[in-house]
Design a protein around this ligand. Structure first.
Ligand SMILES: NC(=O)c1ccc[n+]([C@@H]2O[C@H](COP(=O)([O-])OP(=O)(O)OC[C@H]3O[C@@H](n4cnc5c(N)ncnc54)[C@H](O)[C@@H]3O)[C@@H](O)[C@H]2O)c1
Length: 284
């Protein structure tokens, strides 16, 4: 399964990083978003990211220019039609992802692999929407994509071995380390991470500590590079809430109940770094 062209659908926080890494790794890349502002934002952000890599010597100026040339941004899903691999990175909403997978199945090449960057939604369920369930897989990149080495690779019930092998190879070509996980709500990463973030929010909600104190305990005491509340701001509080809801619904276990403070903050537009305010304020 030769992969030469990758389409990334969804040019938000994650899509931008995936676009940058894929283009810098020698793939032709179609970057698609249904929201024109997101397409413009992604163009600026990917250009900045490639320029930064060239400045730091991570890419030669020629390679950075070639990566930029290999990119095409679009507002139309049709731009994904000739891709060998489509990586979906739209909002973490099940209905939106199911509809997108149905649409992609109708337009992508029959042999193309349809991957999802979902943090928690069932890959088996996504596969059940299409006529090629063997070609559906999870490629869960970490934030920020240009820096983080891991891609959690999730095999759905119907995912075939060739698809897994092709995706493991693609991750390596992108300079990432793939780790396989089974299709279970939250996979490994968010099954472990989100309850910790949620518990940190409960500590704040119940007045056990200030945001600064909670984060300092985890940084200085547990050697975490950043505290759970700062990390939640980076991930996006809406994304955290969506993932906790998937864990809560998927396991029917009250231990995953999202903290009411997290729910309230999302309702109020406190989404973290991307909205300029979360557990901490952000300039610009
Ligand atoms: N933020 C994180 O730290 C993180 C980490 C790993 C995985 N993820 C997962 O990655 C995915 C994207 O998360 P994000 O943080 O980048 O979200 P985001 O809100 O920053 O970006 C989502 C983008 O998708 C676009 N979009 C929505 N519906 C679309 C559609 N039907 N077609 C095309 N574009 C559409 C939006 O315009 C937006 O630009 C989610 O599944 C999330 O769970 C996020």
């Amino acid at each position: 399964m030769e992969m030469t062209k990758i389409a990334v659908v969804g040019c938000g926080t994650m899509g931008r990083g995936i676009i940058q890494v894929a283009a810098a790794s020698g793939y032709r890349v179609a970057a698609v978003d249904s929201f024109p502002k997101a397409v413009e934002g992604a163009q600026a952000s990917v250009k900045k990211g490639l320029d930064k890599w060239a400045e730091k010597g991570k890419l030669t100026p020629e390679a950075a220019a070639a990566a930029w040339q290999a990119l095409a941004f679009s507002g139309e899903l049709g731009a994904a039609a000739d891709a060998d691999l489509v990586i979906e990175a739209i909002v973490e909403r099940q209905d939106a992802k199911l509809a997108l997978f149905r649409a992609l199945d109708g337009l992508a090449k029959p042999e193309a692999v349809l991957a999802s960057n979902t943090s928690s939604i069932s890959i088996t369920l996504l596969g059940a929407q299409v006529k090629r369930p063997g070609r559906v897989i999870g490629m869960h990149f970490m934030n920020p994509v240009p820096l983080m080495p891991l891609v959690e690779v999730i095999r759905g019930l119907a995912t075939d071995g060739d698809t897994v092998a092709a995706v493991l190879e693609t991750c390596k070509k992108m300079g990432k380390t793939p780790v396989e996980a089974h299709d279970s709500p939250g996979f490994v990463s968010n099954r472990v991470l989100m309850p910790m973030i949620n518990e940190a929010v409960f500590c704040l909600y119940e007045g056990v500590g200030t945001a600064e104190a909670i984060d300092a305990v985890m940084k200085l005491g547990m050697n975490h590079p950043m505290g759970p509340l700062a990390l939640a701001d980076l991930i996006g509080l809406d994304v955290c809430l969506d993932i906790l809801n998937v864990l809560h619904d998927g396991f029917k276990d009250p231990k995953y109940r999202p903290c009411p403070l997290l729910v309230k903050m999302v309702e109020g537009g406190f989404l973290g770094k991307k909205s300029g305010k979360g557990f901490y304020p952000y300039a610009g």
